[in-house]
Design a binder for this molecule. Structure first.
Ligand code: FES
Length: 145
């Protein structure tokens, strides 16, 4: 393989990688600038796992499969779709602002139930149900629709 063939092969590989990442990561509906909210949701996060340990503190939050799950109080968890309905940036949870979800892209804010408080977003985040489950092995949070 000469240099030209090698560079061509590298270029095609890089192009294929970028294309596959775009196809995997973009689940927005046609004409929609953000990924569609997950449907048929039903998962459980084990709070003793280090990945989900932020949920052991008030104000802590994690992302899971396109959903942001946050702890408001020791017995209250909330969950909404992760991506801002303006252009798809991940929102963060802020206890300092009345437990709102905030988008750093252009400053959209959403209530704890996902309703739009401040634009430019005009569509609410999808809200999901949560349930704190106490087991002998530790607590877990179930998120479901
Ligand atoms: S993506 Fe959130 S305000 Fe633009």
């Amino acid at each position: 393989m000469d240099r030209k063939e090698f560079l061509s092969l590298i270029g095609m590989s890089a192009g294929a990688f970028v294309l596959s990442r775009c196809l995997q990561g973009c689940s927005a509906a046609p004409g929609q600038a953000y990924p569609s909210p997950p449907t048929n949701v039903n998962f459980t996060l084990d709070l003793w796992l280090p990945t989900y340990s932020p949920l052991n503190s008030n104000g802590g939050y994690v992302y899971y499969d396109g959903i942001i799950v946050a702890r408001v109080s020791p017995s209250t968890y909330i969950a909404v779709s992760q991506y801002c309905t303006h252009q798809g940036t991940s929102v963060v949870f802020q206890t300092t602002n009345n437990n709102e979800f905030y988008c750093s892209e252009k400053g959209a804010t959403f209530s704890s139930s996902g309703l739009v408080i401040t634009g430019p977003a005009t569509v609410a985040l999808q809200q999901y149900q949560t349930q704190l489950i106490n087991t002998i092995n530790g607590n877990s949070v179930r998120v479901y629709s």
